[in-house]
Design a protein around this ligand. Structure first.
Ligand code: AMP
Length: 149
């Protein structure tokens, strides 16, 4: 059986977050592993035709990052983790999750999987994207009977 010592949970703050987090915590308890949380704030530049980033856009992004950190820390406290286990990154979700997994040398990444159908499946999911570039194992927790929205 594989032995995990450091698990990275990717948090998107949708309704499935709690059940995915619960599963990650149970795995950590089973393996006596360290658990870190990551949330990625995707780029939100309003006008892609404009090379200039306006000050209000920067302020908006800084505020998003601040709010995300607060939410992630709240979740960490709820899960019995230290705030220092929270990581908020900015950029591409896939790239940032993989970068952090490498940086922290985690041996398991836990993501939610929503079992998409049709066009959504063709477009791919974060779980799928993470799986394909991961430096370690990936657990896609299938959340049944819940919608992402
Ligand atoms: P998605 O394929 O985008 O519906 O997301 C599936 C899973 O990827 C979520 O349950 C999270 O574990 C992870 N995820 C998606 N977006 C983010 C994000 N912005 N930051 C961190 N993890 C994310």
């Amino acid at each position: 059986m594989a032995f995990y010592s450091h698990i990275l949970l990717a948090v998107d703050f949708t309704r499935v977050t709690d059940s995915v987090a619960r599963q990650a915590v149970e795995m950590c308890q089973a393996f006596k592993a360290r658990l870190s949380l990551v949330h990625v704030v995707e780029f939100t530049q309003m006008d892609l035709s404009n090379d200039l980033i306006l000050p209000q856009e920067l302020e908006f992004e800084q505020e998003l990052i601040k709010q995300s950190r607060l939410r992630l820390e709240e979740l960490a406290v709820k899960l019995g983790l230290k705030k220092s286990e929270c990581f908020v990154s900015q950029g591409s979700t896939r790239r940032e999750i993989l970068r952090l997994a490498k940086e922290l040398n985690t041996d398991l990444i836990v993501v939610g999987s929503h079992g998409r159908e049709g066009i959504q499946r063709l477009l791919g999911s974060t779980a799928n994207a993470v799986l394909h570039g991961a430096p370690c194992d990936v657990l896609a927790v299938r959340v049944k009977g819940e919608s992402v929205e």
